[in-house]
Write a protein that binds this ligand. Structure first.
Ligand code: NDP
Ligand code: GDR
Length: 356
């Protein structure tokens, strides 16, 4: 069988790093696209990076950006991938309200640029294309649980940009016969999740409070509900989507939904503390049941102009056609993230002690 070569945009992100490891284990040659930045942004993939002068290198990094079409054309031409995973995006929903034009440029037009690169190079019939679509497309939900046929109603510049990306992927499949598929993935997390997403913000704060590095956790909407899974399970789903015998769109989700406040309670309980809620609205606080100390406060700066209140996905199509299901439970996910952040906080406290 011919050797498989993958090109991953967004390889330095949470999913990109998990996916690169998975594909390397499966014997792929993996090319990752990273952005130029003024400080190191490759922490998540440092463990798999090999000096390019070595003989047995199967993982390569290239500079690139979804806002630069000439760069994308050259990268696709040089790397000759059999599979492209388009994971790069300005992926923070709240930030997309601050940078709507950039979010549209990278998340919507960036996807178009990559699809056009494939077409310009005449690779429509040789490349399989995966688009990182999102449960944020459902936004103001029209049906629960959400499945592939549920109507979309985006609620942020991020979701509106991803809506374009979703449909341009479908359009290129139908117009040019490309193997182009969408994975409509519900929230997935893990110990390397970006630190400003709510789950990691919570688990870092739990660890920081435990080690005396932080006093209070400030959050926005405690009642938002999400269907949270583990990123490790979801990258396996991405790969399966591209191995299917035909291109198609699939929801990947756990089928469970939990409010932010439950994530907070569970994370603190992993560190041996019980949170008791008091007050309402912006005055609500979460106290340590033993000491009475306020550990959680609401800060309206984290409210969004338009919120997505509740998401819960139905992944039965992926289960039936791809044999995919999530492996990690909500509890296991929270426990793994808290325990990893406790280890990190210990190292940070140790460094602070030594430099004092
Ligand atoms: P991250 O934010 O962790 O990673 C995003 C990646 O995209 C990073 O490597 C980032 O580079 C890169 N990137 C951002 N902008 C550009 C650009 N203009 N050109 C090139 N690269 C860029 O996201 P996740 O790994 O969590 O998510 C992966 C994809 O899946 C994203 O498209 C996201 O929108 C989507 N998604 C994520 C879900 C989740 O719950 N995690 C759920 C559904 C969809 P750098 O490291 O330099 O910032
Ligand atoms: P989301 O993830 O917007 O679902 O997008 P995030 O973790 O940012 O928010 C989840 C929910 O928690 C509420 N929330 C807070 N969120 C953040 N970031 N910070 C807070 O302090 C806070 N307090 C409460 C939010 O209002 C929201 O309701 C993620 C991203 O990975 C997207 O790229 C992806 O497409 C979707 O998941 C599926």
């Amino acid at each position: 069988m011919a050797e498989k070569t993958a090109l991953i945009t967004g390889v330095t992100g949470q999913d990109g790093a998990y996916l690169a490891r998975l594909l390397l284990r499966k014997g792929y040659i993996v090319h990752g696209v990273k952005r130029r930045s003024s400080s190191f942004n490759t922490e998540r993939i440092d463990g798999i990076y090999v000096d390019p002068h070595d003989k047995e290198v199967r993982f390569f990094l290239h500079y690139g950006d979804l806002t630069d079409s000439t760069n994308l054309i050259r990268l696709v031409q040089e790397t000759q991938p059999t599979e492209i995973y388009n994971l790069a995006a300005q992926s923070h929903v709240a930030v997309s309200f601050e940078t709507p034009e950039y979010t549209g440029n990278s998340d919507a037009l960036g996807t178009l640029r990559l699809l056009e690169a494939i077409r310009i190079l005449g690779m429509e019939r040789t490349v399989r294309f995966y688009q990182a679509s999102t449960s944020e497309l459902y936004g103001k939900v029209q049906e629960a649980p959400q499945r592939e046929t549920t109507p979309f109603y985006p609620r942020s510049p991020y979701a509106a940009a991803k809506l374009y990306a979703y449909w341009i992927t479908v359009n290129y499949r139908e117009a040019y016969g490309m193997f182009a598929s969408n994975g409509i993935l519900f929230n997935h997390e893990g110990p390397t999740r970006g630190e400003t997403f709510v789950t990691r913000k919570i688990t870092r704060a739990v660890a920081g409070i435990r080690s005396g590095l932080q006093e209070t956790l400030y959050l926005g909407n405690l009642d938002a509900r999400r269907d949270w899974g583990h990123a490790r399970d979801y990258v396996e789903g991405m790969w399966r989507i591209l191995q299917h015998h035909e291109p198609d769109d699939f929801v990947l989700a756990t089928g469970e939904t939990h409010p932010v406040r439950e994530f907070v309670e569970l994370a603190f309980s992993e560190a041996g503390r019980t949170i008791v809620w008091e007050g309402t609205g912006v005055d609500e606080v979460g106290r340590d049941s033993r000491t009475g100390k306020v550990l959680v406060r609401v800060d309206p700066r984290y409210f969004r102009p338009t919120e997505v209140d509740t998401l819960i996905g139905d992944a039965s199509k992926a289960r039936a056609k791809l044999g995919w299901r999530h492996q990690t439970s909500f509890r296991e996910l929270v426990a793994e993230m808290v325990s990893s952040d406790i280890e990190l906080a210990k190292r940070e406290a140790w460094r602070n002690d030594r430099s004092a």
